[in-house]
Design a binder for this molecule. Structure first.
Ligand code: TXA
Ligand code: MG
Length: 354
């Protein structure tokens, strides 16, 4: 298959290309497109065969359910069996935007799309290219992140090209995404609202609307015996090819630890990389040093993380050392992705060394 590339911006939507993309989706084809979080790999959510094709293109296990994207609140009732008042309140506050809610599904949604579950994840993105595409496709677009399974989610169209060229009919280039981490997922089907994946919409923001909100305990553990409630969270994710270690401790200890480790690897002929911030980048000695931006910029690490992980791959880096990014509103979401990328390898480097 030859993949067609089109480019547009939210301010200047190419209506003709959107019509063609919509037709591709309605005929069962696949289109990668920008959202405000990460690029999505879209197929018609109501056609079982489209969902099968998405799994095949991603190389993704088919028990990992897809998110159904809508572009109007009035399209929600058809795909869910009821809309609880809590969901109504969250939709009013956060949609369109980077929040995914889990509902009991209606029979309109094929089990291929929901990975066999009787629940369905729904998101109403705010990116205008995404909205135009969903509308042109008939209203319901299933879209996982547009990466091959296991790789970092795409934040640029060229990441989609790296992973999906020749596997999808079209890739829409809408520039770099704004947020850079996938949507927050909240499950409203249990006794208590529970966050299954942290993101730009944080727990305090959700609690302002709902009162107390739980967090799925598997979000930060490496315990493989406990199954996460979002099936996709159990898979190895975001992983660069090199071995990644997160280094925690005070700033000077982290810098000297990383420089020492990188020097030792370098002597053995390995390529080394560092993920840091503007405040520290000048202090590191490694083959590839990448800053996520200033620590003052709360959104920077989220926006740049996946791109930097991919850059480490294209630079052939074998050992990657990362600073920790716990602070700030998005700290939880960033650390959740970084911990997965690192396979939970953390070096605590603070305190006296003997
Ligand atoms: O920001 C996003 O959400 C992006 C963009 C493209 O919209 N999409 C995305 O999709 O991140 P994906 O497939 O990469 O991640 C979806 C996550 C998976 O962890 C999956 O297991 C979980 O959502 N999920 C989907 N349906 C679910 C359900 N019914 N119950 C529990 N978890 C579900
Ligand atoms: Mg994904």
């Amino acid at each position: 298959m030859v993949t067609e590339y089109v480019r547009m911006s939210e301010d200047e939507i190419d209506q003709e290309a959107i019509r063609r993309a919509g037709k591709i989706l309605r005929e069962g084809g696949l289109v990668a497109f920008p959202t405000e979080t990460v690029y999505g790999l879209g197929g018609d959510a109501l056609q079982p065969e489209s969902s099968r094709r998405i799994y095949a293109a991603k190389g993704r296990p088919s028990d990992n359910p897809l998110i159904v994207h809508i572009c109007r609140l009035s399209d929600l009732p058809a795909i869910v069996d009821e809309i609880p008042p809590q969901a109504q309140a969250l939709a009013e506050r956060f949609w369109p935007g980077p929040l995914t809610m889990i509902f009991h599904r209606s029979s309109l949604v094929p089990t291929e799309t929901t990975g066999g579950l009787d629940t369905v994840a729904v998101r109403f993105p705010s990116n205008r290219i995404a909205m135009a595409l969903i509308d042109a496709a008939g209203g319901y677009v299933a879209a996982p992140s547009a990466n091959r399974s296991g790789r970092p989610s795409p934040t640029l169209a060229r990441h989609c090209r790296e992973d999906l060229d020749g596997r999808v009919e079209m890739i829409i280039d809408g520039g770099q995404v704004g947020i850079g981490l996938e949507s927050t997922i909240i499950d409203l089907t249990g006794d208590e609202p529970t966050i299954l994946r942290p993101g730009f919409i944080t727990r305090p923001m959700l609690e302002q609307v709902l009162g107390e909100v739980q967090v799925d305990s598997t979000i930060f553990t490496a315990d493989s015996h406990q199954a996460p409630k979002a099936p996709g969270m159990k898979y190895r994710h975001y992983a660069p090819r090199g071995e990644l270690v997160i280094c925690e401790g005070n700033r000077d200890d982290v810098i000297s630890y990383i420089n020492r480790e990188a020097a030792a690897r370098g002597l053995l002929g390995h390529r080394t990389g560092v993920i840091c911030t503007d405040e520290t980048r000048g202090a590191y000695r490694a083959d590839v040093v990448r800053s996520t931006g200033s620590r003052e910029d709360e959104l920077a690490a989220a926006r740049e993380l996946f791109r930097i992980l991919r850059d480490m791959d294209s630079e052939g880096v074998e050992f990657i050392y990362s600073e920790s990014f716990e602070e700030g509103a998005l700290g939880q979401a960033v650390m959740n992705r970084l911990m997965k990328a690192a396979g939970h390898r953390v070096a605590d480097v603070s305190g006296p060394r003997t």
